[in-house]
Design a protein around this ligand. Structure first.
Ligand code: DC
Length: 217
C-alpha cells in the first residue's frame, strides 16, 4: 500500500505525510530531501545550476541513500549524514534548478521506486503520483495559495529568530512553482486520479483526516 502526495513548495506536504505515516505505521519518504542532497553536492563542488553537462556527469559521483533512525529519515551523501543541511533557501533553489536534469531524476526516481517496492510508504514530492508510483493506491495533490504558503514559511523563519521579507518569500515561491510546473521532464501536475486538497483554510488535523479517510475508503 502506497500513498503519494504531490504539490507545490510550502503546501504542507511533509507535515501531513509525516503525521499520516505515524498514524498508519508507514514509512515516510521525503523525495525533496534527495534532490536537496544532490543540490548540496553540486554547491559543494562548484557546479553551476545552468551547466547541464556538468550536472549530468557529476550526479553519477553523488551516492545518495536513505536510512531511518528512530523513525526519522536520514539522508546520506557519499556516506555523510547531511540531513541537517538541506532545508535552506539556497539548497532549495538549487534543488529546484537542478531537478530539471533527466540524469538526476533518473537516478533519484530509481532509488524512490526501490524504497516503495519493499514497504508501505507515504511519499511526497512533485512527480510521485504521475511518474514514481503511478499505481499508488492513494494519490493526493496538496496545494494552498502562494500568499498562504509564504505566510507559513515566514512564521517558521520568525520562530527561528530570523527577520524575513514576506514579499521576497512569496516571489521565490512563485518562481519555484513556475519552474517545477513548466519543466520538460516530470513537471509538477495533478495526476488524473489524484484527489485535490486545498489546505489554504484547513488545519493540519483536517488535512490529515481527509487523507486518512481516502486511505480507508
Ligand atoms: O519538496 P522540496 O521543497 O524539498 O523540493 C525541493 C525541490 O526538489 C523542488 O523545488 C523540486 C525538486 N523535486 C522534484 O523535482 N521532484 C520531487 N519528487 C521532489 C522534489
Amino acid at each position: 500500500m502506497n500513498i503519494a502526495i504531490d504539490g507545490p513548495a510550502g503546501a504542507g506536504k511533509s507535515t501531513i505525510a509525516k503525521r499520516i505515516a505515524k498514524e498508519l505505521g508507514y514509512i515516510y519518504v521525503d523525495t525533496g530531501a534527495m534532490y536537496r542532497a544532490m543540490a548540496l553536492y553540486f554547491i559543494r563542488i562548484g557546479v553551476s545550476s545552468d551547466d547541464g553537462e556538468a550536472i549530468s556527469s557529476k550526479c553519477k559521483d553523488a551516492d545518495i541513500s536513505i536510512e531511518y533512525r528512530n523513525g526519522e529519515q536520514v539522508v546520506l551523501l557519499n556516506g555523510e549524514d547531511v540531513t541537517g543541511m538541506l532545508r535552506t533557501e539556497e539548497v532549495g533553489n538549487m534543488a529546484s534548478a537542478t531537478s530539471v536534469n533527466g540524469d538526476v531524476r533518473k537516478k533519484l526516481v530509481e532509488l524512490q521506486q526501490k524504497l516503495a517496492a519493499t514497504t508501505d510508504v507515504v511519499m511526497d514530492g512533485r512527480d510521485i503520483g504521475t511518474v514514481v508510483l503511478p499505481n499508488a493506491e492513494v494519490k493526493v495533490y496538496l496545494t494552498a495559495s502562494s500568499a498562504v504558503r509564504a505566510k507559513r514559511r515566514y512564521d517558521e523563519l520568525v520562530a527561528k529568530g530570523e527577520t524575513p521579507d514576506i514579499d521576497k518569500i512569496e516571489a521565490d515561491i512563485i518562481e519555484r512553482d513556475n519552474r517545477d510546473m513548466n519543466r520538460e521532464i516530470s513537471p509538477l501536475k495533478q495526476a488524473e486520479d489524484a484527489t485535490l486538497i486545498d489546505s489554504s483554510y484547513m488545519s493540519i488535523d483536517e488535512v490529515v483526516n481527509a487523507v486518512i479517510d481516502l486511505t480507508k475508503r
